[in-house]
Design a protein around this ligand. Structure first.
Ligand SMILES: NC(=O)c1ccc[n+]([C@@H]2O[C@H](COP(=O)([O-])OP(=O)(O)OC[C@H]3O[C@@H](n4cnc5c(N)ncnc54)[C@H](O)[C@@H]3O)[C@@H](O)[C@H]2O)c1
Ligand SMILES: [Zn+2]
Ligand SMILES: [Zn+2]
Length: 395
């Protein structure tokens, strides 16, 4: 089959690779109909090279049709239309029973000291082949897959695989008081959904992003937007009665603009041999912290900062004095996708499309165009906000 593979920093190719096979009796094979590129894939493209091997298949936002099932798969059958959540979990362990599927004790990567396995996401998370491909092997298929109706287009459902539940969790963890104010840092696909969910739940939403077309998109969904500059935090504080918003979601993560120290550390680590770079990245502070520090600065006293954006440094400097003095609550983590799907399914199927899932994708292209689309998405060229790859060619 054809698959999108990582070949080196900013080097992606589409290669012919062996088809995935059923390995365990609880596996299924999905024929992929749509698979998106995520902001998290950009971290692999730019920063996390030391944790990838040439030829690793990327992608963790996928849906399609079941092609084959193992002997112990009982709930699913060949031909079912399914979405594949990016966190792989068992549904039965201590963590899964508590709605913490991204910490699943069955798929945890104990040798790396990390949480549940993820598709297409490095040695740290199980090195599971990803879904930017014609076919995907799904472990623990009965529990993991979300079966969906046949009559709505893929883009109604595709984002249940990751960014929609990620945004939902980001807002839930932000603990916004009823009718309160939520600030959102970053208007990539995750920030777009965080903002819309905030509006849907009745909050005032103010979002910040330096990219004009991303701000325009958010404005279409009732979100007040602000450009990013040195004055933004002070101006937003003033805008929120001098106090700051009740809650802030950081939907940017470790590659934020405006973090020269972190940018230098990431570039320097990128020049080291892989083994040494891995050590540096798992012990040092390598994150670009501008969005996180701005979020902590902006939130009102006693408010909550919720991180949807990914961070990875082990010794990043944090403003402990003001966090403590302001009595800030902080929540974060990889999304517990399965925990939120039941809340979201009726919203994506609602004909009124309350979260605007049909207004996000800017580029739909055949799988073969993945290399140029990674570049376009990273550079934010051509108005690119969200890319969907179509392995079967039908656009
Ligand atoms: N927690 C999870 O399970 C999970 C799941 C999916 C994605 N993510 C993470 O969420 C983050 C966002 O993903 P995305 O797909 O929206 O990516 P993206 O790269 O498209 O979006 C990031 C946005 O932040 C903006 N930005 C950069 N620096 C900023 C700053 N200092 N202040 C305000 N805005 C700034 C950029 O212009 C961009 O629009 C990434 O870190 C991604 O890895 C986490
Ligand atoms: Zn993702
Ligand atoms: Zn589990």
């Amino acid at each position: 089959m054809k698959a999108v593979t990582w070949q080196g920093k900013r080097q992606i190719s589409v290669d012919e690779v062996p088809d995935p096979q059923i390995i365990d009796a609880t596996d299924a094979i999905v024929r992929i109909t749509s698979t998106a590129i995520c902001g998290s894939d950009l971290h692999l493209y730019e920063v996390f090279g030391p944790f990838l091997d040439k030829g690793d298949i990327l992608g963790h936002e996928s849906m399609g049709i079941i092609e084959a099932v193992g002997d112990q798969v009982t709930r699913l059958k060949v031909g079912d239309r399914v979405v594949v959540p990016f966190t792989i979990s068992c549904g039965e362990c201590f963590m899964c029973r508590r709605g913490l599927q991204s910490q699943c004790e069955t798929t945890q990567n104990r040798d790396q000291g990390t949480g549940a396995a993820l598709y297409g996401y490095t040695k740290l998370y199980g090195q599971i082949p990803g879904g930017q491909a014609e076919y995907l092997r799904v472990p623990l298929a009965d529990y993991n897959m979300v079966v969906v109706r046949d009559d709505l287009p893929d883009e109604r459902y595709l984002f249940l695989s990751d960014i929609l539940p990620t945004a939902w969790q980001g807002v839930k963890y932000a603990d916004v008081p009823e009718g309160g104010t939520l600030a959102v840092m970053g208007l990539g696909p995750v920030g777009q959904f965080v903002s819309r969910i905030g509006r849907h739940l009745g909050y005032e939403v103010i979002a910040v992003d330096p990219v004009p077309e991303r701000r325009r998109m958010a404005e279409r969904h009732g979100v007040e937007t602000w450009d990013l500059n040195d004055e933004t935090v002070a101006a937003l504080r003033k805008r929120t009665m001098g106090r700051g918003p009740d809650s802030v979601v950081d939907a940017v993560g470790l590659e934020a603009h405006g973090s020269p120290g972190g940018a230098f550390a990431q570039a320097a680590v990128g020049l080291l041999p892989d083994v040494i770079a891995r050590k540096a990245m798992t012990t040092a502070g390598i994150d670009r912290l501008a969005a996180l520090h701005a979020s902590l600065d902006l939130v009102r006293r006693g408010g909550t900062v919720s991180l949807s954006g990914v961070y990875a440094g082990e010794a990043d400097p944090m403003p402990m004095n003001s966090m403590f003095d302001k009595q800030v609550s902080l929540r974060m983590g990889q999304c517990n996708v399965k925990n939120w799907v039941d809340d979201l399914l009726p919203l994506v199927e609602d004909p009124a499309d309350p979260l605007g899932v049909t207004d996000l994708v800017t580029h739909r292209v055949p799988l073969e165009q993945a290399p140029e689309m990674y570049e376009t998405f990273q550079k934010k060229e051509d108005g690119c906000i969200k890319v969907v790859l179509k392995p079967r060619g039908e656009l």
